[in-house]
Design a protein around this ligand. Structure first.
Ligand code: ZN
Length: 433
């Protein structure tokens, strides 16, 4: 009898665990650093499954360490080396996680920036990283070879190496290290120089799943996005009393939700300058933030150093971020904060949004205890301060817990950037009369 009870308990335990395990919990990790001779902007996902997470973390760490090894010794008057790691996350049929990491390296020593990718496909049900052989049979691959060769040659005729296509796009599974799929197509990639010239960057072809039968069954999905149908009414602010704008860059992250709770508890608000590549994963947090009266601002799509971007690329970074925020939340930001606080003529010329910097840096990015970060604010805050913080650090979340109640006690009204601008306008007008 005792044994039976133990077995039942075990079963309940196992079921409970596996149910919980089916929850995919994507979280985006951010490393933003500006050192004397290099700049690093990294964003990458983990999903709560150790086999995937370890692989992703190891990969990012390897690229990061290699970059530091190479660039920390180099000094250049012409500029800093830059590493940017961006990602695209796609969950197919609530089961298959598809991630593409894009590694971008730029430096005054290079004739052109280098872009390369890495893909990871993970089956959350089997808890397994999938290889090309896991999703496609030898027969199917053999039949696909001529189609794939033709597609690469016709789509990249200006930069493709014919001989490399013929020797790489073959029935050898090992040649297909880079692939992802959606509910509609299988996508195969090659990094620069694998089958094409470097100036072509990464090359890829798309094969409709209608024409390719995968070993794993994929069903078509209906995407159902719910945007906010209303925004909260504007709040009452007394322009004759002290105001302060808290601003948070580089998020959202796992800490943003807690920061929102602290703000809500104190009837305070802030402005979140978000990265476009994180918006989709944290869309619920962003919707809550808007409903609580906070403001969202644009902080580019993937945190590249804007000093080196062309006007076209700056515009694309801003546009893609506006687009994803609007598509997922219904909101359209009106303010923009450039990465690394870099303000250039090209940015002024190409960004239509109001460009917002800050006048009080908490230096939360440099480390230090929450108390130290909070003290830096409490010592130098004044009416109209725009405070720079980052909702990507635990210490910042804890500092917010000290700063907000304290400044509330001192009679400060917390306002968004938009509200701060309005207060300034009212004050200027009343002064003129
Ligand atoms: Zn930033």
């Amino acid at each position: 009898m005792r044994q039976v009870i133990i077995c039942i308990l075990c079963l309940t335990f196992i079921c409970g665990c596996s149910n919980k395990k089916n929850d995919i919990k994507p979280d985006i990790h951010t490393i933003i650093k500006e050192e004397e001779n290099y700049i690093v902007g990294i964003n990458y996902p983990t999903i709560g499954y150790s086999k995937f997470d370890r692989k992703a973390e190891n990969y990012v760490n390897e690229v990061y360490q290699d970059f530091i090894k190479e660039y920390s010794q180099q000094h250049s008057k012409e500029g800093k080396g830059e590493l940017n790691i961006d990602y695209k996350y796609n969950l197919v049929n609530k089961r298959y996680v598809n991630v593409i990491f894009t590694v971008f390296i730029n430096s005054p020593y290079l004739a052109h920036p280098i872009t390369s990718i890495k893909t990871m496909v993970f089956d959350t049900k089997k808890q397994k990283n999938l290889s090309f052989g896991d999703i496609i049979s030898a027969d199917t691959l053999e039949k696909l070879v001529p189609t794939m060769q033709t597609l690469f040659i016709s789509e990249y005729k200006d930069c493709i190496f014919m001989d490399k296509v013929l020797s790489t796009v073959t029935k050898n599974f090992n040649n297909y290290q880079l692939f992802t799929f959606t509910d509609k197509e299988l996508i195969i990639y090659f990094n620069p120089y694998q089958v094409s010239a470097g100036y072509c960057n990464v090359v890829r072809i798309k094969l409709p799943l209608k024409e390719v039968s995968l070993k794993i069954p994929i069903e078509k999905e209906i995407v159902n996005r719910e945007v906010l149908s209303f925004l909260p009414k504007s709040r009452v602010i007394d322009p004759t009393k002290k105001v302060i704008a808290l601003t948070f860059d580089d998020g959202p992250s796992r800490y943003t939700k807690d920061i929102l709770n602290i703000l809500e508890l104190n009837k305070a608000v802030g402005t979140f300058f978000v990265l476009g590549n994180k918006v989709e994963i944290y869309q619920d947090v962003l919707k809550k933030s808007l409903l609580n009266g906070n403001e969202l601002g644009n902080h580019t799509y993937n945190h590249k150093d804007m000093n080196r971007l062309s006007i076209r690329e700056i515009k694309r970074q801003v546009f893609e971020t506006q687009k994803i925020i609007n598509e997922t939340t219904g909101y359209i930001p009106t303010c923009f904060r450039p990465t690394y606080g870099n303000m250039t003529k090209a940015i002024r010329k190409s960004v239509d949004l109001k460009i917002i910097l800050w006048n009080l840096d908490t230096r939360d990015w440099a480390g230090g205890s929450p108390k130290k970060i909070a003290n830096r604010v409490l010592m130098s805050v004044r009416d109209g301060s725009v405070i720079l913080m980052h909702d990507t650090y635990l210490r910042t979340k804890e500092a917010v817990g000290i700063i907000v109640p304290e400044l509330k006690k001192e009679g400060y009204q917390f306002v968004t950037i938009r509200e701060l601008e309005e207060v300034k306008r009212i004050r200027e007008n009343s002064y003129n009369y």
